[in-house]
Design a protein around this ligand. Structure first.
Ligand code: 5GP
Ligand code: ZN
Length: 114
Protein backbone atom coordinates (compact mmCIF):
# COMPACT_ATOMS: atom_id res chain seq x y z
CA UNK A 1 0.00 0.00 0.00
CA UNK A 2 1.47 3.26 -1.20
CA UNK A 3 0.69 5.53 1.75
CA UNK A 4 0.81 3.01 4.61
CA UNK A 5 3.54 3.83 7.17
CA UNK A 6 4.35 0.19 7.94
CA UNK A 7 4.45 -0.72 4.22
CA UNK A 8 6.98 2.12 3.87
CA UNK A 9 9.00 0.59 6.72
CA UNK A 10 8.85 -2.81 4.95
CA UNK A 11 10.10 -1.18 1.72
CA UNK A 12 12.87 0.61 3.64
CA UNK A 13 11.48 4.07 2.76
CA UNK A 14 11.08 4.85 6.47
CA UNK A 15 13.94 3.70 8.72
CA UNK A 16 13.34 1.26 11.56
CA UNK A 17 15.34 -0.75 14.06
CA UNK A 18 14.70 -4.27 12.78
CA UNK A 19 14.92 -7.26 15.10
CA UNK A 20 13.61 -9.98 12.74
CA UNK A 21 12.89 -10.34 9.04
CA UNK A 22 11.95 -13.09 6.64
CA UNK A 23 10.04 -13.13 3.35
CA UNK A 24 6.64 -12.80 5.07
CA UNK A 25 7.21 -11.12 8.44
CA UNK A 26 9.06 -8.08 9.81
CA UNK A 27 9.65 -7.10 13.44
CA UNK A 28 11.07 -3.76 14.58
CA UNK A 29 11.31 -1.67 17.74
CA UNK A 30 8.40 0.64 18.51
CA UNK A 31 9.45 4.29 18.16
CA UNK A 32 7.67 5.19 21.42
CA UNK A 33 8.20 2.18 23.70
CA UNK A 34 5.59 1.47 26.38
CA UNK A 35 7.85 -1.10 28.11
CA UNK A 36 11.61 -1.87 28.25
CA UNK A 37 11.05 -4.26 25.32
CA UNK A 38 8.42 -3.08 22.83
CA UNK A 39 8.58 -4.72 19.43
CA UNK A 40 6.04 -4.52 16.61
CA UNK A 41 5.60 -7.73 14.62
CA UNK A 42 3.87 -7.34 11.27
CA UNK A 43 3.01 -9.36 8.18
CA UNK A 44 4.64 -7.97 5.02
CA UNK A 45 1.29 -8.49 3.32
CA UNK A 46 -0.83 -5.39 3.94
CA UNK A 47 -3.85 -6.31 6.05
CA UNK A 48 -5.65 -3.30 7.60
CA UNK A 49 -6.42 -4.98 10.92
CA UNK A 50 -7.09 -8.39 12.40
CA UNK A 51 -10.76 -7.97 11.46
CA UNK A 52 -9.72 -7.93 7.80
CA UNK A 53 -7.72 -11.16 7.84
CA UNK A 54 -8.95 -13.81 5.42
CA UNK A 55 -9.17 -17.57 5.73
CA UNK A 56 -6.09 -17.75 3.46
CA UNK A 57 -4.12 -15.74 6.07
CA UNK A 58 -4.50 -18.39 8.78
CA UNK A 59 -1.08 -20.05 8.12
CA UNK A 60 0.58 -16.62 8.18
CA UNK A 61 -1.13 -15.76 11.48
CA UNK A 62 0.10 -19.03 12.97
CA UNK A 63 3.63 -18.35 11.74
CA UNK A 64 3.58 -14.85 13.24
CA UNK A 65 2.97 -16.38 16.66
CA UNK A 66 5.91 -18.76 16.22
CA UNK A 67 8.07 -15.79 15.22
CA UNK A 68 6.88 -13.87 18.29
CA UNK A 69 8.10 -16.74 20.48
CA UNK A 70 11.42 -16.82 18.61
CA UNK A 71 11.89 -13.08 19.20
CA UNK A 72 10.88 -13.45 22.87
CA UNK A 73 13.52 -16.18 23.22
CA UNK A 74 16.19 -14.02 21.56
CA UNK A 75 15.23 -11.13 23.85
CA UNK A 76 15.54 -13.48 26.85
CA UNK A 77 11.92 -13.16 27.98
CA UNK A 78 10.31 -16.39 26.77
CA UNK A 79 10.47 -17.92 30.27
CA UNK A 80 9.68 -14.75 32.22
CA UNK A 81 6.80 -13.85 29.97
CA UNK A 82 5.56 -11.15 27.69
CA UNK A 83 2.34 -9.35 26.89
CA UNK A 84 0.93 -9.41 23.36
CA UNK A 85 -1.48 -6.67 22.31
CA UNK A 86 -3.39 -6.26 19.08
CA UNK A 87 -5.44 -3.13 18.60
CA UNK A 88 -8.19 -3.78 16.10
CA UNK A 89 -10.28 -0.96 14.72
CA UNK A 90 -11.57 2.42 15.90
CA UNK A 91 -12.66 1.62 19.45
CA UNK A 92 -9.33 -0.07 20.24
CA UNK A 93 -7.39 3.08 19.38
CA UNK A 94 -5.56 1.46 16.46
CA UNK A 95 -3.56 4.26 14.87
CA UNK A 96 -1.62 2.52 12.12
CA UNK A 97 -3.95 0.61 9.83
CA UNK A 98 -1.54 -2.21 9.04
CA UNK A 99 -2.01 -5.26 11.25
CA UNK A 100 0.63 -5.34 13.99
CA UNK A 101 1.26 -7.27 17.17
CA UNK A 102 2.76 -5.36 20.11
CA UNK A 103 5.26 -7.59 21.93
CA UNK A 104 5.79 -6.01 25.35
CA UNK A 105 8.21 -7.36 27.94
CA UNK A 106 11.04 -6.63 30.34
CA UNK A 107 8.86 -5.60 33.26
CA UNK A 108 6.13 -7.05 35.45
CA UNK A 109 2.73 -5.92 34.18
CA UNK A 110 -0.25 -5.28 36.43
CA UNK A 111 -3.22 -7.65 36.74
CA UNK A 112 -5.43 -5.32 34.77
CA UNK A 113 -5.06 -5.23 31.00
CA UNK A 114 -6.26 -1.64 30.72
P1 5GP B 1 -1.44 1.17 17.38
O1 5GP B 1 -1.92 2.28 18.28
O2 5GP B 1 -1.85 1.40 15.93
O3 5GP B 1 -1.81 -0.19 17.88
O4 5GP B 1 0.12 1.20 17.45
C1 5GP B 1 0.94 1.88 16.56
C2 5GP B 1 2.33 1.87 17.13
O5 5GP B 1 3.23 2.26 16.12
C3 5GP B 1 2.52 2.84 18.30
O6 5GP B 1 2.96 2.10 19.46
C4 5GP B 1 3.59 3.81 17.80
O7 5GP B 1 4.50 4.20 18.80
C5 5GP B 1 4.26 3.02 16.69
N1 5GP B 1 4.80 3.86 15.62
C6 5GP B 1 4.18 4.90 15.01
N2 5GP B 1 4.96 5.41 14.05
C7 5GP B 1 6.11 4.69 14.05
C8 5GP B 1 7.32 4.75 13.27
O8 5GP B 1 7.50 5.57 12.38
N3 5GP B 1 8.28 3.83 13.57
C9 5GP B 1 8.12 2.91 14.57
N4 5GP B 1 9.14 2.07 14.78
N5 5GP B 1 7.00 2.82 15.30
C10 5GP B 1 6.01 3.69 15.07
ZN1 ZN C 1 0.64 -1.51 5.03
Amino acid sequence: MEDCLFCKIIRGEVPSEKVYEDDEILAFKDINPAAPIHILVIPKKHIDSLAQMKKEDEPLMGKIHSVINKIAEEQGVLEKGYRLIVNCGKDSGQEVMHLHFHLLAGQKFGDKIV
